[in-house]
Write a protein that binds this ligand. Structure first.
Ligand code: GLN
Length: 547
């Protein structure tokens, strides 16, 4: 049975709880343990699939097709353990299953209450797969004291109470604000936050203190005394230059040691941190820099494209070079010549997106890359835009477009080179979608196989002719135009196993022009950069040498 580490936060939000959880996972792995990370989100949406990326950041998709919180991306990037549907849950999901059961009559005769019905469902969720790993790390979203979070905290209290002694610990993350006027780190908010936890029956075993300054021993001892935590379990988590420094930095501060101590695991297995020293070596000893333009819609919030930014960093590590990304709002190119903006860049990436806004600008960015021989990576919508561009400019379909935009406009303005897919094959069964289905989860979601043309650039990059990548989209490139486009030089080099759905397009007669219908960024890791990103950055390095 797994041991459980619950990770909570206090004082303020956005403290990097997800990152701390992921780094702890990596450190436990470094000591030879198996781990799984899990996120419990207090919001009432059933999943983040329908939330705006502006508000919530990217939606992370798992192999088994769940739309989850972006923290699951951190978990995967730090541990390499593929997340599952059952690693993410929200209050909305819990309540909706409880209510479904109520309607079905499962609780017949009973009054449905938060305790025990909601809390029981949360505990059931926590137990899934408990026999598979040594440690289960469960992060609670939000901060202690939030109204929505209460059922989760209560469920954890019960869970810890019901388990054999010593099998669960709680790690609490807080902020030590620095007061410049007095030159002090203040401990009071942390004390209050721990009190808040204690008032609902929870006591932290480990405290992780985020601060912009080093935490003096005096402050650590004070916190230990006031918060009833052992002094060596009060760990400083200083600001870091890069997130990938977290495992080594937290290890230096004694985080994994404190966690194993709290479980009374002694002697603790020695850690092997080679993976992380290599990652840091690649980051710190990078030579040169390439500039990549990301032409998208959600440019104000970097978290909206979190995995892409990280995958590009990994691509840089693979080439021992720094990748400087700049986000450009695609709409600008609907008014102005892209050349003026894009010329300084060594490569162009058009990411995924939904809706028509900005798409004409993305098409112009793809055209610029194709005509000027600039490395181009189109992801999902970015591939669709590249195909529409080629259909318009090369294959003579002047009004080529996507049904997605016609659907929004309510009238037919385009010849649909990209159409709405309503039926497809997944494994051995056919999936069907009807117009008017629920918005949530009606896409082609999760891992699908693609077969690559053996003589293609992508087959060479992957070093394979069968790949599996994650999807999240409703629309597909129509194979009706395949012959026409291939004659013009845009090759369909990756297809679904039944040959009906284009997965990858490329232009062999171009330094590097690839569009993919899936999201390769979701599978990239610092210690295993995704081959497409590694090669894209390599092409950018080559392009930078030409100027
Ligand atoms: N909006 C497009 C579709 O649904 C692309 C989605 C995406 O880029 N993730 O097919």
């Amino acid at each position: 049975m797994a041991r459980y580490v619950f990770i909570t936060g206090g004082v303020v939000s956005s403290l990097g709880k997800g990152l701390a959880s992921a780094a702890l996972g990596a450190l436990l792995q470094a000591r030879g343990y198996t781990v799984r990370l899990r996120k419990l989100d207090p919001y009432l949406n059933v999943d983040p699939g329908t939330m705006s990326p502006f508000e919530h950041g990217e939606v992370f998709v798992t192999d088994d097709g769940a739309e989850t919180d972006l923290d699951l991306g951190h978990y995967e990037r730090f541990t390499g353990v593929a997340a599952r549907k059952t690693d993410s849950v929200s209050s909305g999901r819990i309540y909706s299953t409880v209510l479904e059961k109520e309607r079905r009559g499962d609780y017949l005769g009973k009054t449905i209450q938060v305790i025990p019905h909601v809390t029981n469902d949360i505990k059931d969720f926590l137990r899934i797969g408990e026999d598979e790993v040594d440690f289960m790390l469960c992060e609670i979203g939000g901060t202690v004291g939030d109204i929505e979070g209460l059922p989760f905290f209560e469920a954890i209290r019960q869970f810890i109470h019901e388990r054999p002694r010593g099998e669960c610990i709680l790690m609490h993350l807080t902020l030590l604000p620095y007061l410049a006027a007095s030159g002090e780190l203040k401990t009071k908010p942390t004390q209050h936050s721990v009190k808040e936890l204690q008032s609902i029956g929870l006591a932290p075993n480990v405290l992780l203190l985020r601060s912009e300054k080093p935490v003096p021993t005096k402050e650590r001892e004070k916190i230990a005394l006031f918060c009833n935590v052992r002094p060596d379990a009060v760990i400083a988590a200083p600001d870091l230059k890069t997130i990938y420094e977290a495992p080594l930095a937290y290890h230096r501060e004694g985080l994994d040691r404190a966690v194993l101590d709290a479980f009374q695991i002694s002697p603790a297995p020695r850690p092997n941190l080679d993976r992380w020293t290599d990652v840091m070596d690649r980051m710190e000893n990078a030579e040169g820099e390439v500039r990549v333009a990301i032409v998208g819609k959600y440019t104000q919030l970097e978290d909206a494209y979190k995995s892409i930014a990280e995958a590009l960093t990994h691509g840089g590590m693979a080439n021992r070079t720094r990748v400087k990304t700049e986000w450009i709002d695609a709409e600008i190119f609907e008014r102005e010549d892209p050349a003026a903006y894009l010329e300084p860049f060594d490569a162009i990436l058009v990411p995924g997106g939904f809706g028509e806004r900005g798409t004409e600008g993305k098409i112009r960015a793809a055209q610029f890359a194709r005509e000027k021989g600039v490395p181009y990576l189109g992801i999902c919508l970015g591939m669709q835009m590249a195909v529409i561009e080629a259909a318009r400019d090369l294959a003579g379909v002047a009004d080529a477009g996507s049904e997605e935009f016609d659907h929004e406009a309510g009238k037919k303005r385009f010849t649909p080179v990209v159409y709405h897919l309503k039926e497809w094959v997944q494994g051995n069964h056919v999936v069907e979608r009807k117009v008017g289905d629920d918005k949530g989860g009606t896409m082609r979601l999760g891992a699908y196989t693609a077969n690559l043309r053996p003589d293609s650039r992508v087959a060479q990059i992957y070093g394979a002719t069968t790949i599996e990548e994650r999807h999240r989209h409703r629309y597909e490139v129509d194979t009706k135009y395949r012959e026409k486009l291939e004659k013009c030089g845009l090759i369909f080099s990756g297809m679904s196993p039944d040959g009906r759905l284009p997965e990858i397009v490329e232009i062999p007669d171009h330094p590097w022009f690839i569009g993919v219908q899936f999201h390769p960024e979701l599978k990239s890791k610092p210690f295993a950069p995704h081959p497409l990103f590694a090669d894209f950055v390599r092409a950018a390095v080559e392009a930078s040498r030409l100027v």
